[in-house]
Design a protein around this ligand. Sequence first.
Ligand code: ISL
Length: 553
Amino acid sequence: MTEPWLWWKHGVIYQIYPRSFYDSNGDGVGDIPGIIEKLDYITALGVDAIWLSPVNASPMRDCGYDISDYYRIDPVFGTEADFRRLINKAHARGLRIVMDMVMNHTSHLHPWFLSSRTTRKSPKRDWYIWHDGHRNRPPNNWQSIFGGSAWMWDEHTLQYFLHSFLEEQPDLNWRNKELRAAMYGMLRYWLDLGVDGFRLDVVNWFIKDGRFRNNPAIPGVPMLQKHIHDRNRPEMHDIMKEIRQVLDQYDERMAVGEVFTMPPGNPSLSASCLGDGADELHMAFDFSLMYRPWNARSYYRCLRRWDRSIPKEGWPCHVLSNHDQPRGMSRYGGGRDGVKRAKVAAALLLTLKGTPFLYYGEEIGMKNRHVPRGDMRDPLGKRYWPFFPGRDPSRTPMQWTGGENAGFTSGRSWLPVGVDYRDINVQSQENDRYSVYRFYKSLLALRREKTALHRGKWKPALKGRRGVLGYYREHEKNVIFIALNFIGKNRKVHIRDRGQWKVLLSTHKFRNTYFNSLEFNLSPYEATVLEKTGPLESAASPFPGTSASCPTR
Ligand code: ISL
């Protein structure tokens, strides 16, 4: 029997970086009322849920990934009433809301930490990770991902505390049962309010080695270490099980884990966070594709590895861009070929087996923007300039129009808008049927319409040799074939698969709409989606971004 439609499994999730989506009050920072104003846009795009990067109260040392009150909404984004309004209005449109929960650490200004650091006898002392160290030296060699030792000396109580990120982000002690209970209570608060799910920040870092052993060095790579004792501990699975139990007390709620490793992309570790497929997280990110060069073979290998890692009852998800990484469009090289590659990437993301995550602006092919030092907001950029530009370049405001500030704000925008906003913006792309936006929209509609695309099996057929990736998606009688040409040369698809094949959607104009076998030519950077059909119907001539079954106009 066909499983009922599940929003997080069969739908598509759209990540919003709230500071940069839409500013409703002219203070230069995006806000929740701004997201509410754009709900029609989000619904029309055709996604099923939105994930908001953190909106909780925060001193913003790490742009909200340093929470000082889990129960409040930061005034920069609006009020608790605004957030409730967002939930209600989104739900009225059939859109789900996913909150970003940062529970590995809090802000150094969270009352728990303020209490924890007042005296060693504080009831909150053990909610964080404190240690005497060894003869004026930190307890061990653990390094913060943001640079330097992960231990900070506290003059007042004469102990070190752990911070895997900034020193303004002290790590919580998940071995403490009271802390766990407080966290689960907090999750319940938001679930009771109607939140549909959580993206769990660095979920693989929650538990640290109880004996504080040193991490081994990486031979030949000075300064770096294998993080085996401060991350990826086996005990993390108990926490994921407990989180799942909290969610399972509600209907259709979801948790997706950010599993961040160095080097990035560890599919088996990510997949392990799904447990047996039903007892830990619903989904976990694997970032392998984001770090791959634009190469069909290399993409195929990543996808195969990811597919094989997922437990039988588990469900994968896929992501090409987020607020920490350079935007896909910039990785694909920008320019004319960049746009073509972005469409191939879109077709890939939206036709794979597993939940796709889109990052705001990806649907119009937004690029990274160089952010001058004086405008930088990301602490990483400030710390590592000029060697690393930080993460601001992929967090610039959504480009709505070709007007002032790209239509994002009437004030002075918190980060400069992309230099290309006059050419690349929602308004112009809505009216251009060849645009990246229109292609995404068609793909999203098609994915929703075709059961094979949102639930079917994934069966690779062309494994990236000579630049072409081809795979089937199959669900009961619905059979779909996707052909993706990653390179700027003509290629042939030659698979003897008898039957009638109908082109549903393509980046290119097709002379025929129907084929008797999977034998056809692919133009440079062409992405085409075909469906196995019954007898020949009259051949319509498709054009980019459209299909007979999913017209865009
Ligand atoms: O952003 C990174 C490097 O460019 C990553 O190393 C990042 O720190 C890692 O993906 C963990 O990210 C998450 O937790 C951080 C926060 O700064 C990120 O924005 C968040 O996505 C600390 O909460």
